[in-house]
Structures are given as structure tokens and as C-alpha cells.
Write a protein that binds this ligand. Structure first.
Ligand code: PLP
Length: 398
């Protein structure tokens, strides 16, 4: 093969997508698989949003828009950020992209220079380090322990910052841990950043998925200082069950930074899908009935999953109050033989679970948490019970 770039070769393909693909293949083959792998709600996109897309097509909204998104959608996003997050932006501070993933990529490309350090709180969503490395940055992992609810402390953050630190990626509620930082905890982290040159990329994509009284707070609201150093990232995927529509957005503290993100995007993908932009406009101006139902359902499943895990031997599920994931510590199984296979890693266990028990889970090596597997509760209560019964049985006589 002729030469290809180091940049492309250093990227690890998404492990989550690989497991999901294997699970889907087994399902297609007729295997009665329980899949806890998905990173998306199992609800349909609400009908009023689907209808809006049809209207967009019928009205001929099928052409390019401004690369940063339609003025109407950016205005609606400003209203959403004001109403939900108490954050004030003008439409020229908003860039609409092909999913929050592209928004994150745009932000990192604008902020991170070759050799700059980017702090990522571990366990982390596995895409973050790949984006940083692709932009020439160096990842600095800050480990948040399960004992501390998977949250880092202000002193940990303080110790990680040096002259080369360019940005902190802050994700609350978190994928994969489900951790939701309290307002006090976020205030304390924001205090540490005062007087530094560190940007914050705040990934708030799971903001609406919080349970049992937990509340989402944007780090950008903590102070004027925090606002001025934060790019808020959000999108339609999780709250409106619109993962396939690919609409995300970034809100920058000033129009200049937004224009830089827009400039890059204008040459890479141009605008996000026009029809999906119109549907998102309607989605954001609709009520939250759908969301309430989804949150209630997720919370009930979350409780069922935690309850079921109490009777599974050798592993420990960590309760969290956000997103739709449960982390399970499986390290006590390392060195033991399960289903005829010696388990030395979370991936080994995930392999046995899918092969012997027809249960798909996500091993968390790629999330900076090699002792954990991640289970999504984006499946029915019955499927949770069935899957957990299978796991229980497999681990019963170890
Ligand atoms: N951020 C986090 C933490 C996620 O888990 C995901 C999707 O799994 C995204 C961003 C990307 O969302 P989008 O579908 O908008 O690209």
C-alpha cells in the first residue's frame, strides 16, 4: 500500500460501535440477544418532529443553509440556552453541526495547538482522546474514582494544570459513568480555573437525563470568568431521541470563536442536514411531555438494573443519577475462569457474555476504566431482567 498518514493510523475505531455491530449481526441471525450496548434511547423520535421533517420536505427546504445553521434554528437554540440553562448568547455565537460529535471536533480544532495538553476526566467518553490526538494535542487523564462517585476533586484538577494546559473537557451528566456533578462541585472546579489560560469544552448532551432530584448545571453559569472560557456543546440526539438526525450545536463565549468553528466546518461538511435543522427547530419549540415520559421510564429501568445487580456475584454496579448507563466493577473476576475462559480484562468478560450468554455489554478499556463494563438501560424492563438473569447464572458458580 502507498503511504498513509500517522494521524489516521493512530485513531482507534470506536469499540462501542464494534460491539453494537456484533450484537446486531447476532440478532439478525436469530439469536435471542439482550443488548446493553447501545448509546441511544430506544424510543422513537416523537411524531411531531417527524411531521416537521415532512413539512420541510414538502416546503422545499432541501437546499444548503448557512454553514453555521439557519438563523431561525440558531435563534431557537439561544432561547433554549436562556430558558433551560440561564445562558445568554446571540445567534452569531451558535454553530449548528452534524451531531455534537462534530461540534466537539470543531471546538478542539479551534482551541488545541500541536503539543497542547487537554485534560479529560476519566472514565471518559472514548471519542474525546481520539479527537484531541487527531488535532495534535496531548491527553492528560484525570482519574475520578468510583468511591468518589466518579467525580474529580478540585485539588486533582489544580495539580493537573500547567503552562501547556489548553483545555478541560467536562462532561456532566457523564458517559460512561452517569455521574452528575452538583452545583457546588462545579463551582469549585470553575474556581480552580480562574487565572489560568484553560478553556472548558462542556459536553452537556445528557443534560435532560437526570434522576431522583439530580440537577444539571452548566459550568458556563458559574461566573463571568467561567462563561468566557467555556464552549457549551449540546444536541438533539439524546433528549429528543434523534441520534440518526445528526444535529448538535456549540455555543461560544464570543462571535469570533464561533466564526472560527464555522469557518472550519464550512470547508468540511458545510451545513448540517437542512431537513433535520427544521425538525430540530420544531423539536426545541415543542413541549417536554415526551421527555418527561422518557425520563420516568429510564429511571424505573435504572432502578431495576441496580436492584437486579445486587444479587449478581463477584461484580458491583455503581449507582449514578444521570445519562442512561450503569458502570459495573468486574475486577474481582480477573484471574478467574468464566464460561471456560480465563478472564484477564473487561473485554474478555464481554466476549464470554456475548458468546455464552447472548448478552452484549461494553467493556470500558477504551473509556479509561479497564476494570468496568458499561450497561445501557435503553432496553425494556423485561430485557433487563432477562439479561441480568443470564449474567447471574453465568457468574453463579465461579
Ligand atoms: N457526547 C457524549 C458524551 C456522547 O455520549 C455522545 C454520543 O454518544 C455524543 C457527545 C455525540 O452525540 P451526537 O449524536 O450529537 O454526535
Amino acid at each position: 500500500m502507498l503511504k498513509v498518514t500517522k494521524r489516521a493510523k493512530q485513531v482507534s475505531p470506536s469499540l462501542t460501535l464494534a460491539i453494537t455491530a456484533k450484537a446486531n449481526k447476532l440478532k439478525e441471525e436469530g439469536v435471542d440477544l439482550v443488548s446493553f450496548g447501545a448509546g441511544e434511547p430506544d424510543f422513537n423520535t416523537p411524531q411531531y418532529i417527524i411531521d416537521a421533517a415532512k413539512v420541510a420536505l414538502d416546503k422545499g427546504m432541501t437546499k444548503y443553509t448557512a454553514s453555521s445553521g439557519t438563523p431561525q434554528l440558531r435563534k431557537q437554540i439561544c432561547e433554549k440556552l436562556q430558558k433551560d440553562n440561564n445562558l445568554t448568547y446571540k445567534p452569531n455565537q451558535i454553530v449548528v453541526s452534524n451531531g455534537a460529535k462534530q461540534s466537539l471536533f470543531n471546538a478542539i480544532q479551534v482551541l488545541v495547538e500541536e503539543g497542547d495538553e487537554v485534560i479529560i476526566l476519566s472514565p471518559y467518553w472514548l471519542t474525546y482522546p481520539e479527537l484531541v490526538v487527531t488535532c495534535g494535542g496531548k491527553v492528560v487523564e484525570l482519574k475520578a474514582s468510583a468511591d468518589n462517585g466518579f467525580k474529580v476533586t478540585p485539588s486533582q484538577l489544580k495539580n493537573a494544570i500547567n503552562g501547556k494546559t489548553r483545555a478541560l473537557i467536562f462532561n456532566s451528566p457523564s458517559n460512561p459513568t452517569g455521574a452528575v456533578y452538583t452545583r457546588e462541585e462545579i463551582t469549585a472546579l470553575a474556581e480552580v480555573l480562574k487565572g489560568t489560560d484553560v478553556w472548558v469544552i462542556a459536553d452537556e448532551i445528557y443534560e435532560k437525563l437526570v434522576y431522583e432530584g439530580a440537577q444539571h448545571h452548566s459550568i458556563a453559569t458559574m461566573s463571568e470568568d467561567a462563561f468566557n472560557r467555556t464552549i457549551v456543546i449540546n444536541g438533539m440526539s439524546k433528549a429528543y431521541s434523534m441520534t440518526g438526525w445528526r444535529i448538535g450545536y456549540a455555543a461560544a463565549p464570543n462571535a469570533e470563536v464561533a466564526a472560527l468553528m464555522d469557518g472550519l466546518q464550512s470547508h468540511q461538511t458545510s451545513n448540517a442536514n437542512t431537513i433535520a435543522q427544521y425538525a430540530s427547530l420544531v423539536a426545541l419549540s415543542g413541549g417536554e411531555d415526551f421527555l418527561k415520559e422518557m425520563v420516568t421510564t429510564f429511571n424505573s429501568r435504572r432502578k431495576t438494573m441496580l436492584e437486579e445487580f445486587k444479587t449478581v456475584k463477584h461484580v458491583k454496579a455503581i449507582a449514578a443519577s444521570g445519562a442512561f448507563y450503569t458502570m459495573v466493577d468486574v475486577s474481582k473476576l480477573f484471574g478467574k475462569t468464566v464460561g471456560g475462559k480465563k478472564i484477564n480484562s473487561a473485554s474478555d468478560l464481554a466476549e464470554v457474555l456475548i458468546d455464552k450468554s447472548a448478552v452484549a455489554v461494553i467493556p470500558c478499556e477504551g473509556f479509561g476504566a479497564p476494570e468496568f463494563i458499561r450497561l445501557s438501560y435503553t432496553v425494556s424492563e423485561a430485557a433487563i431482567k432477562k439479561g441480568l438473569a443470564r449474567i447471574r447464572e453465568l457468574l453463579e458458580n465461579i
